[in-house]
Design a protein around this ligand. Structure first.
Ligand SMILES: Nc1ncnc2c1ncn2[C@@H]1O[C@H](COP(=O)(O)OP(=O)(O)OP(=O)(O)O)[C@@H](O)[C@H]1O
Ligand SMILES: [Mg+2]
Length: 395
């Protein structure tokens, strides 16, 4: 199975590109599911489907073709299905603060529930071998980052906090419930968490396996959007996910010669160059700004042709190595960088803002540094088996 995760800043075109990719995959005969992980779903809208047909449905995948289904995770249904114990406890706590029942129910939808629910489905569908490819249409960057960091956080919680907390609660509940203004969670609450966690078992490995999961970052040729894309790239790499493609959407087509767009064209040209050099060796695709909104199946198919030209298989595995990794050993930080076979020559290293720039002969790589390393400067570097290791040190 393959998982293709589309992420990027708000409004850049994630849903349209995920939908177009799903169509192309299904045209090729893959059993495809496009799943929306964004609480503000727009997948059905993108296909221009009768939404009443969709939202009235059970919150399960809806087949729209022989090999294509779409799935908007319905959080209300998920709460009833999976989160009952947890949310009823949260609601009971919120009620004690005097807020209304409706408000309490609204607030009991905790951040992350959507993402976790989506992950449970991915895991379930994989076990059932229901689809060949799952395309994930994610919420804007911040939430999709939460999506990928969740398995690690949960694992940590389950290992270090959960047993402890559950044990303590068992011991103190009879006494505490008599004196505390807020009822402590019942043991079934912990049972529910444990059950949820077991449903997520193995999802971290799925996301980190480059033969299964690939991240496609969607961006626009604009400075502010690019900044966020760069941060997302660092974040995904840091979490062990492989970004195997950048899609620059809404590039002004060359036939637009109107004076009004001159400045736009110049700035887009410059940013497009920057994008190519920043993300190399990850492939960068460009999609033009269309004369119309991308709405409905025909328009999505047009977008798919522009993306894949009927030639390229969106599910193909093109990268199995993270372009770079960050390591901390014995309090020392290191950046490890995969270099192409041909890289030869003098190694030049310097810092530019919060980026590390590596030059070898004609090859140049920009590496966005995670916050913990941003203030460090490059020290010694060594090249071994096509891997360049750069030591980062305090100045
Ligand atoms: N290349 C394009 N040319 C013209 N219109 C486009 C193009 N790509 C996307 N659009 C339109 O831009 C709007 C936003 O696109 P889309 O919903 O795919 O973005 P998104 O990144 O999913 O947004 P959100 O962050 O809100 O989920 C839609 O109306 C879509 O039809
Ligand atoms: Mg969207």
């Amino acid at each position: 199975m393959r998982i293709l995760l589309f992420s990027g800043k708000g409004g850049v075109g994630k849903t349209s590109l995920a939908a177009a990719t799903g169509l192309e995959l299904s045209r090729r005969g893959y059993r495809t599911l496009i799943m929306s992980v964004d609480p503000a779903h727009s997948l059905a809208d993108s296909f221009d489907l009768e939404t009443s047909l969709f939202h009235g449905s059970t919150g399960d995948p809806l087949a729209i073709d022989k090999t294509l289904a779409i799935h908007e995770v319905n959080i209300q249904k998920e709460i009833k299905r999976h989160w009952r114990e947890i949310s009823s406890y949260v609601i009971s706590v919120l009620r004690t603060t005097g807020i209304s029942d409706v408000e309490a129910e609204e607030l009991a939808i905790l951040p992350g529930m959507e993402e976790l629910s989506a992950m449970m489905y991915v895991n379930q569908f994989r076990r059932e071998d229901r689809y060949d490819v799952i395309v994930l249409d994610c919420a804007p960057t911040a939430e999709s980052m939460r999506f990928v960091s969740m398995p690690t956080t949960l694992e940590w919680y389950m290992k270090h906090i959960f047993p402890f907390q559950r044990g303590i609660m068992k011991a103190v509940r009879p006494l505490a419930n008599r004196v505390s203004p807020v009822e402590l969670p019942p043991d079934s609450y912990f049972g529910n968490i444990k059950d949820l966690f077991s449903r997520l078992d193995g999802i971290g490995e799925l996301l980190e396996d480059p033969n299964i999961t690939s991240v496609r970052l969607v961006t626009n040729p604009e400075r502010m959007v690019l900044r966020e894309t760069q941060r997302a790239f660092v974040y995904f790499s840091l979490h062990g996910l492989t970004v195997d493609g950048i899609i620059v959407n809404r590039v002004l087509p060359s036939e637009v010669t109107d004076a009004f767009f001159q400045e736009w064209r110049a700035s887009q040209g410059k940013i497009l160059e920057e994008i190519d050099s920043y993300f190399a060796p990850v492939a960068v695709k460009r999609v033009p700004l269309f004369t119309h909104e991308v709405l409905g199946r025909e328009r999505l198919e047009e977008l798919a042709r522009s993306l894949y030209d009927g030639q390229e298989d969106p599910a193909a595995i093109t990268r199995t190595e993270a372009p770079y990794t960050f390591i901390k050993t014995d309090g020392r930080y290191e950046v490890r960088l995969q270099l192409p076979f041909a890289a030869k020559g003098e190694i030049g290293l310097f810092k530019k803002g919060d980026e590390l720039v590596v030059e070898i002969g004609t090859l140049r790589r920009h590496i966005g540094l995670p916050t913990s390393m941003a203030s460090l400067t490059p020290g010694r570097a060594k090249l071994e088996n096509r891997v360049l290791t750069v030591e980062m040190k305090e100045t």
